[in-house]
Design a protein around this ligand. Structure first.
Ligand code: PTJ
Length: 253
C-alpha cells in the first residue's frame, strides 16, 4: 500500500492518487477550490490520452530539458495544483537544471503563498539548495490585472525561460509578450497556454516533471550546440497536433 489505501496495481491508481493529493492540498490550504475543477478537466484529457506519455510529449520533455539547461535564468513556476501534485519532483528538477522555483498564484492570498513556500521547504528545497521565490512580490507582469501580475523582480520578473505548468491562458500570453520563453505542461492541447508555449508538453504533470528531470540528467554533459540542436528540431505545432490526434482518434501510438 502507498500514500492512498489502494494497491499500485489498481487500474485507476494514478488517477486516484492524483485526486487524493489535490483533495489533501485543498484541506491544507495549498490548493484552491478551483484547483479541483482544473484537476477534473485534466483527468478527462488524460483518460483519452490513455494515461501515458505519448512519443511527442517525450520529445517535448527532452526539448524542455535542453531549454532549461541552456537558460541563463530559468524559473519553475508553482501554483496550488503543482504544489499538491509534484512538490518534491519540482525541487528535483530545479536542482538538476539550476533553476529557481517561484510560487505564482492565480488566486493569490498571503496564507496560500506561505503555505506553499513551507510545503516546498518540507519537500527538500533547502537541502537541495533550491531558492523558493514569490514572497518578495516586487515585480509585475505588464498587461494583467492586480493579483495575477505579481512576481518577484529577480525571479519570474527577470527569467529568460519559465516553466509554467497548469497555467491560465492570460498569464501565459502575458509572460510570452514579455519575451520569455515558455515551457507549458498541460493535458489540453487546445488551451491557450499550450498554444502560446515554445515547448508545450501535453502530458500529466505527474509523469512530465520526472521525465524532464531524467532527460536533463542524461543531457547534463551535452554541449550547447547539441542542446541548441534539440531545441531547434522540436516543432511545437506538430506536438500539439499529434496530441490532439491521439485524443480525438483514440489511436495511442
Ligand atoms: O493555485 P492557483 O490559484 O494559481 O490556481 C491554479 C488553477 C489550476 C486553478 C488555475 O490556474 C486555473 O484555473 O487553471 P485552468 O484555466 O483550469 O487550467 C488548468 C489546465 O491544466 C487545464 O487545461 C487542465 O486540462 C490542465 N491540467 C489539470 N490537471 C493537470 C493538467 N495538466 C497536466 N497535468 C495535470 N495533472
Amino acid at each position: 500500500m502507498s500514500e492512498i489505501d489502494v494497491p499500485e496495481s489498481h487500474p485507476r491508481y494514478q488517477s486516484l492518487l492524483t485526486r487524493h493529493r489535490i483533495e489533501a492540498g485543498v484541506e491544507r490550504g495549498i490548493t484552491s477550490k478551483q484547483g479541483l475543477i482544473a484537476e477534473g478537466r485534466g483527468e478527462a484529457f488524460d483518460y483519452l490520452l490513455g494515461e501515458r506519455t505519448i512519443a511527442s510529449a517525450d520529445e517535448a520533455a527532452r526539448a524542455a530539458a535542453a531549454l532549461l539547461l541552456l537558460a541563463e535564468r530559468p524559473v519553475l513556476s508553482v501554483n496550488g495544483n503543482v504544489a499538491a501534485l509534484v512538490p518534491g519532483e519540482m525541487i528535483d528538477l530545479a536542482a538538476a537544471v539550476g533553476a529557481d522555483v517561484e510560487v505564482n498564484l492565480f488566486n493569490r492570498t498571503d496564507e496560500r503563498m506561505r503555505a506553499i513556500v513551507d510545503h516546498l521547504r518540507e519537500h527538500g528545497a533547502d537541502d537541495a539548495g533550491v531558492p523558493i521565490k514569490g514572497l518578495a512580490a516586487d515585480g509585475r507582469i505588464p498587461g494583467l490585472d492586480h493579483e495575477r501580475a505579481t512576481v518577484d523582480a529577480d525571479g519570474i520578473g527577470s527569467a529568460d525561460v519559465v516553466l509554467v505548468p497548469l497555467e491560465d491562458g492570460d498569464r501565459a500570453e502575458a509572460l510570452s509578450a514579455m519575451g520569455k520563453t515558455e515551457i507549458v505542461i498541460d493535458l489540453n492541447p487546445l488551451s491557450r497556454s499550450a498554444q502560446t508555449a515554445a515547448v508545450p508538453i501535453i502530458d500529466n504533470i505527474l509523469r512530465a516533471v520526472p521525465n524532464i528531470t531524467e532527460h536533463a540528467r542524461e543531457l547534463s554533459a551535452a554541449s550547447d550546440e547539441e542542446l541548441e540542436r534539440i531545441v531547434r528540431e522540436f516543432d511545437p505545432e506538430r506536438a500539439l497536433a499529434t496530441a490532439e490526434d491521439a485524443i480525438r482518434s483514440g489511436d495511442l501510438d
